[in-house]
Design a protein around this ligand. Sequence first.
Ligand code: PDD
Length: 277
Amino acid sequence: MQVYLNGEYPELTEACVSVEDRGFLFADGIYEVVRCYAGRFFELDRHLARLERSAREIRLGLPLSRDELRLVAQELLRRTGLLDCSLYLQATRGVAPRNHAFPVGVTPTLFAMLQPAPSPDPALAERGGAAVTVPDERWGRCDIKAVGLLPNILAKQKAVEAGAQEAIFIRDGLVTEGSASNVFAVLDGVLWTHPQDRRILGGITREVTLELAREQGVPVREEAITQNMLWQAQELFCTGTVAEFLPVVRLDGQPVGDGRPGPVCRRLAAAFAARHG
Ligand code: PDD
């Protein structure tokens, strides 16, 4: 593991952020997680574009340009020699005496780390996993990749305690997304997923999945499904940078479809693996 903090590449134990950092005091920050396969970042540009968008939406001026961020990512790779790893990037509004309003004349904190990231358990991809449904009690700007993840953490912990891998959020009777993933359902051959609006994070893996589905001629509907439709789905799966493709074969303890990963999920997962090489 190697870290970057505000222009330097310190030892992990030497990397220190002030207790007055607004990320620590207010969760006043944004982040990204980028996968690196065989020494190549997957969709780095889209992740950096989303980081810039998140920064704009919270009115935070990133201290580095996209090209400079790319150089930091490459330098972390060079220093570690890691091949299969994940890059975490975080920017906060910086260090200032605690006061809700934006501080004036403060440089944002920029942090990055590169750590080994083994691929998800192949047994899960093969046999599928479990999910639980939870009420979506998050804020109204889930499109911003903000570091304040308490509802996501509580949801994920519910999943873990139920022996499941993911929690699926339900808001106003509609399926929004997972605690750290986007959710897809196959109903009568059509692939459904929540539209990209303020209720979900516009996942990069979601975007790639939609591209692959269109390439493969799978009909797509970017429309939210109701909680009841979950029980009519032949297939259900979650996508994300860390989870990649998680076929959900049990939901709230009941089988989904025939209780096995379905053909659409399998095909898209294979195409996704081929895409990142
Ligand atoms: N999370 N929705 C939420 C709420 C997420 O936190 C994530 C990813 C996704 C999927 O986005 P992407 O395909 O761009 O990774 C959707 C990251 C991996 C995390 O918090 O660790």
